[in-house]
Structure formats: C-alpha cells, structure tokens
Design a protein around this ligand. Structure first.
Ligand code: HEC
Length: 494
C-alpha cells in the first residue's frame, strides 16, 4: 500500500512500543481519522484495509512514488546498453558481414535494444518496489495485536509509527482517540526470537549441498579423464545397424564384411594402372608376363592397391644396413658409400632361411622407369615439392637429404639396433635413379620406409621427386650450372 515502514529496533528487551494502532469499523471513519493525523503533521503512518479505499493515499498524505522515474532511468540505461553493445560488437570489435548489412547500429539492432529496455525496466520495477517498501519482511510488530487479524476481513486500521519526527506517545494516543476508534492499542515489539530454528538451517544447508552435486559431476567430467564411452543422452545416429571394415558378417559365405574387388573390374576414377603418371614406370614397355613376374613387386603394402598381383614377393637382401649406418653421418658417408655400392644390392638373392612373405627390404624393383618428369619443372612445382618434402620426408632424411632428420638423430641417440637409418639421398646409387623410381619409392615405400601414397597425391609426389632431384643436383653443382648473369651475385653473397 505504501512504502512507509516502522523503524527497526535492535534491543530485544524490554518490549518497546513501536507506535499506536487504531481500529475502525468502516472506511469513512478511517479516512476521517487519517486526514486528522495527516493534518497534525505525521508522515510515518499507514492504513490497513480489507479492500482498496479510494482517496486513502491523499488522506494519509502519501506522496506519489518515485518508482516510475527510477524505471524510466533503468529503461533508458537498458536501451543505451543494448545500442552501445551492438555498436561495439558488430561495428568495432568483430566486424562480420551479415547479408551485406552495414556495421554498427542498424534496424537489425532494434529487437535487442527493445529486449534490453524491457528487461532493465522490469527488473527495476520489481526489485525497486520491494526495496522502497522495505520488503521482503517476514514479520511486522503490528501482527502481535490479535485484533489486527481482521484487517483482511472487515476491519480498518490506522497506524502511526514511533519513528515519526513529531512522535510523542501521549499526544498520538490523544489524537487517535479523538477520532473515536473501536479500539486503540499500543503496538509492542515482537518478543519472539528472530533467529531461524536449527532444523531449518540444517535443511537449507542440505539442500544447498545437494544442489552442488550436479555441478560437481560436471566439473569432474570437464577436468578429469575417463576411458568409458560418453553418456548418450541423445543417440542421434551414433548407433546404426552397419558393418565396419574387419568385422564379420553372416551375409556372405566367407564371413568377411570387407568385400574383395570383383575380378576384372576397376572402381570409378581408379583407371590408373596404365598411366606412367601414377606408376613411375611405363607399362606399355613390358609384356604381361614381365609384369606378372614377382620381381616387379617391391614392398609389402602393395597387394591391396597394386594392379600387379603379389603372389610371391621377391626374396630379400639386406644391403641397406651398412650403407645407411653411414648415411646418418654425412661426414662419413663417402667411404661407407663406396663399400655399399660394391655390394650387388639390386640383384642379390636372400638366404634360403628368409621367409618368402617377409617384406622385400632393400630390394630394388627393376621396371622400365620413366626418366622424364611428367610435370613441368617450374617454380610452382619446386615450391610444392619443397613444402611437401619438408613436411613428409625431412623428419627422416633431413632438410638437405643426408638422412640426418630429427627422427633419425633421435633413433641414433637411443642406439636402437632395430632401427634402419634413412638413406642419404645423395648416395651415388640414388643419384643415378630415374625420377620414376624415386616416385615409386614414395608411392610404394622401399624396404623399411613406408608408402606415402595415402598422404600425398601423385602430383605432390612428383613435385617431391623434382625437389629431391634439385637437392641432389645442389650437392654436385659446379659454377657452370649457375646462369652466367647470376654468377656474380653468388660470389657476392659468399
Ligand atoms: C620414417 C622415416 C622416413 C621418412 C619420413 C621417409 N623416408 Fe625415405 N627412407 C627411409 C628409410 C629407413 C630408408 C631406407 C629403406 C631401406 O632400405 O630399408 C629410406 C629410403 C629412401 C630412398 C632410397 C630408396 C632406395 O632405392 O634405396 C628414397 C629415394 C627415399 N627414402 C625418399 C623419401 C622421400 C621422398 C620421402 C618423403 C616422401 C621419404 N623418403 C620419407 C625412411 C624414411
């Protein structure tokens, strides 16, 4: 009804008077008494009625509340906040083009501005009303008067608070009795204890702790690790009736989910086996019988993709060991290389004890390699080759191809005797290899080196070959290789 509140007192005993309350049987008597009290100058007053009584504010002298003004300020603040926020976010901090709209404040800013205006105003109205009325308040001393219960039923009460500036116990009593109330009582402070009973505290504590449990679970999951699959609240399409590679099935007689390629067929876009660009060698230069010759199959992982059937891998030799050990240290490479080159590596036959299925380590296939790059030897391909070489090859072969990459260095420092050091790409033997053979090495792997066909497109592989050739050339270049007009620059920079 109004924001008048009785003054709070702190001393608990003896019960203090907080004011006077007069009871009337109808609103006319109440209004009359209220005017009297107002005219005597009292402002800390209040009226309690079972229904809204017209004119009571005026009779009590209650000034219009300032809440609308506060709400207006809050609404304006909300509007400005929204505009400023949108201007900063979209116009300054993160300029993001949305359908070609201008940055900053646009008609599109209206909804947010509107919403924030309403939000700020609504919160201010509610909480401002509560604050101005001194609410929430669980108890009022006036409740100690048993007659007061009828305030919500059929009785009208007028209250004058002891906190009023002009309050005087006797004169207020006199003033109120002059209005002929049905009853006049002094309102005493509520003597009942104000602290909450212990069980309520315990219950509240329990409730708060229980409320923390979900937060703790989430926190634990955010910070911790678990091997368990995540909880599936929504299954989406995570579980489907389907088969994955290497699983078994009852649909086919052989029980394999992964179906072998139908003989004599080629998948779309994979008609590559006749093209030197994808092979590194020219299939038209060999007869079918030669192609079927197992000597042509170089490494382990070829059976799946290789058009050449791999029934009987080549018996292997181990020429790489001695030679590659020296490769790790470029300085010592020269003498060791000479020794290695003397070994008939490419033609030697493995000891009989070697299992026939073992990878053909070190074996070099003998195919009609193409010796011209199928891509242009231009700057673009050289750059591509360098970047791909640096990513995929330098780890082992080193940036300049001496076989001293970080992986090789680390393995050497760990003295792992199972480690096959990567070859120096400057070995005489590898220098002499046709571009097609190096392409084949990247595509199919060679000895202990794996295939890079799945990571690099054929074009990228050829670009790497180009770069490897350039690396090799750089080790054996003479001043004659440098264009005449650039020779002077070379000596300058030295
Ligand atoms: C994980 C280490 C590693 C990476 C990466 C690697 N290689 Fe090799 N490479 C080797 C090893 C080891 C050998 C020696 C293989 C053998 O003889 O068993 C080798 C051998 C070679 C040979 C010589 C083959 C022959 O005929 O003897 C060439 C050429 C070659 N690699 C090129 C490359 C290129 C190009 C790349 C980048 C696409 C590359 N390598 C990436 C480890 C690697």
């Amino acid at each position: 009804m109004s924001e008048h509140k009785p003054r709070k007192t702190s001393e608990p005993k003896p019960p203090r008077s907080t004011g006077w309350v007069a009871e009337f049987s109808n609103e006319h008597a109440l209004l009359e008494a209220a005017r009297k009290v107002r005219d005597s100058g009292y402002t800390k007053t209040d009226a309690f009625t079972p229904f809204p009584v017209h004119g009571i504010d005026e009779a009590l002298g209650i000034k219009p509340t300032i809440l609308p003004f506060i709400v207006l300020c809050a609404g304006t603040t909300g509007l400005l906040t929204a505009l400023l926020m949108q201007w900063w976010m979209n116009g300054v901090d993160y300029k993001y083009i949305i359908s070609g709209k201008p940055f900053g404040i646009t008609p599109a800013s209206i909804p947010v501005s509107f919403e924030l205006t309403i939000l700020f105003s609504a919160f201010t109205s509610v909480f401002g009303m509560l604050a101005l009325n001194g609410l929430p308040r669980l108890s009022n001393p006036i409740f100690t008067n048993p007659r007061f219960d009828r305030a919500t039923n059929d009785r009208f009460f007028l209250y004058v608070d002891a906190g009023d500036r002009y309050y005087n116990r006797e004169s207020v009593k006199e003033l109120l009795s002059s209005a002929h109330p049905d009853s006049l009582d002094e309102v005493m402070e509520d003597p009942s204890p104000t602290t909450l009973p212990r069980p309520i505290w315990l219950g509240a504590l329990l409730l708060v702790l229980t409320g923390l449990i979900p937060a703790m679970i989430v926190l634990n999951m955010r910070a911790g690790f678990s091997d368990l699959p995540r909880w599936h609240v929504f299954f989406d399409m995570d579980f489907q009736p389907k088969k994955k590679p290497q699983q078994t099935t009852t649909i086919f007689a052989d029980g394999r989910t992964m179906r072998p390629q139908v003989e004599g067929t080629i998948a779309r876009g994979q008609l590559t086996e006749q093209d030197p660009f994808y092979l590194g060698w020219d299939p038209s230069k060999v007869t079918l019988a030669e192609v079927r010759n197992p000597i042509l199959v170089s490494t382990q992982d070829t059976a799946a993709q290789d058009p050449v059937p791999a029934q009987d891998p080549i018996p292997a030799t181990e020429p790489a060991k001695a030679e590659s050990a020296a490769d790790a240290n470029p300085a010592e490479a020269k003498p060791a290389e000479a020794a290695a080159e003397q070994k008939p590596a490419d033609t030697a036959v493995a000891p009989a004890s070697q299992p026939p299925a073992a990878p053909a380590a070190g074996a070099t296939p003998n195919l009609p390699w193409i010796d011209r790059l199928p891509i242009a030897a231009d700057e673009e391909h050289m750059k591509l080759g360098k970047s791909k070489y640096d990513i995929y090859c330098s780890t082992c072969h080193g940036y300049s191809g001496f076989g001293d990459g970080l992986v090789a260095q680390r393995a050497a420092s760990l003295l792992q005797d199972t480690w096959t050091p990567p070859s120096s790409l400057h070995l005489d033997r590898i220098q002499k290899q046709a571009v097609g053979q190096i392409f084949h090495t990247i595509s199919k792997g060679q000895g202990k080196m794996a295939s890079y066909a799945s990571s690099l497109t054929p074009k990228e592989r050829w670009a790497i070959v180009l770069y490897v050739k350039a690396l090799q050339r750089s080790r054996n270049a003479t001043i004659e290789d440098v264009p005449v007009e650039q020779r002077s620059q070379l000596s300058e920079s030295k």
